[in-house]
Design a protein around this ligand. Structure first.
Ligand SMILES: [Fe+2]
Length: 262
């Protein structure tokens, strides 16, 4: 086994722990996923939280997230999603095991966490400062295998409504990232589904949400009746990555087949 990393995404927590979204109590659902990680994963090196951590971007939601992450006993690092309040997160974190570092160097691996939030928009943007930061990191550790992490996919996943809300400047990202042959993977949230695309020989993965899932390959918004889950990754010395999804046993909440958005 290499370095074991866990990705947890799109928790959409509320200040009110009793609140539901599309029939799902997002805290209960998050806890079910967390408990599965706790029961099944040993020797976690670190956890990546890939955005939309709070639905109402409230202080109480972020504080409760930190509290709920504690039992996993591993450092967790985050990128913001479109629903997050970065200024608030920067005031609250680091707290407990949620840390704020954006460049992680572990053995011969480098993980770079970028901010793809476009202020006031659902779609994403990697602005010039983020793209420069990525380049600076890649140039600083040319011998390290690299994983780049942000919220909005820089490609289409095949659902028209969602593809209008992905990264708005994907071309710029793809003009830069493939120049660095040590980029092994791009890891994403936002799409509430398991997805893999390979772009310029770089494998890009998204991960199920810890609450509700979006049905793949739909013109319009539709939920999928599948349980929430997380992604595990094993980083090998030679740059290979093994990865997969684990889901909890059943949907947490009441599946809303008529949901039209949220
Ligand atoms: Fe989300």
């Amino acid at each position: 086994m290499g370095l074991r990393i866990i990705q947890i995404s799109d928790c959409h927590l509320f200040a009110d722990p009793g609140k539901t979204l599309l029939g799902v109590n997002t805290q209960d659902s998050f806890q079910a996923v967390r408990d599965k990680v706790r029961a099944e994963e040993n020797g976690i090196k670190l956890i990546l939280l890939t955005g939309d951590l709070s639905q109402d971007h409230s202080e109480a939601a972020y504080l409760r997230l930190a509290e709920m992450m504690k039992p996993l006993r591993a450092p967790a690092y985050y990128v913001p999603g479109n629903h997050d309040d970065q200024a608030l997160m920067a005031r609250i974190f680091p707290r407990d095991n949620i840390l704020t570092d954006k460049q992680l160097i572990i053995d011969n691996w480098q993980i770079i966490l970028l901010n793809s939030q476009k202020p006031g928009a659902v779609e994403g943007l990697l602005d010039a400062s983020q793209l420069k930061y990525m380049q600076d990191c890649l140039q600083a550790y040319p011998e390290h295998h690299a994983i780049i992490v942000f919220h909005h996919p820089p490609f289409h996943v095949g659902s028209e409504w969602l593809d209008n809300l992905c990264l708005s400047n994907s071309e710029e990202f793809w003009q830069i990232a493939p120049q660095y042959p040590n980029v092994r993977m791009v890891l994403l949230g936002h799409v509430h589904q398991e997805h893999k695309s390979t772009m310029f020989n770089i494998d890009c993965y998204s991960t199920p949400s810890t609450c509700f899932q979006f049905m793949p390959h739909q013109k319009n918004f539709m939920l999928e009746n599948r349980p929430p889950g997380y992604r595990w990754l094993d980083l090998q010395d030679d740059g290979r990555i093994e990865t997969g999804i684990k889901r909890v046993a059943k949907y947490v909440g009441t599946f809303d087949e008529n949901a039209k958005g949220y």
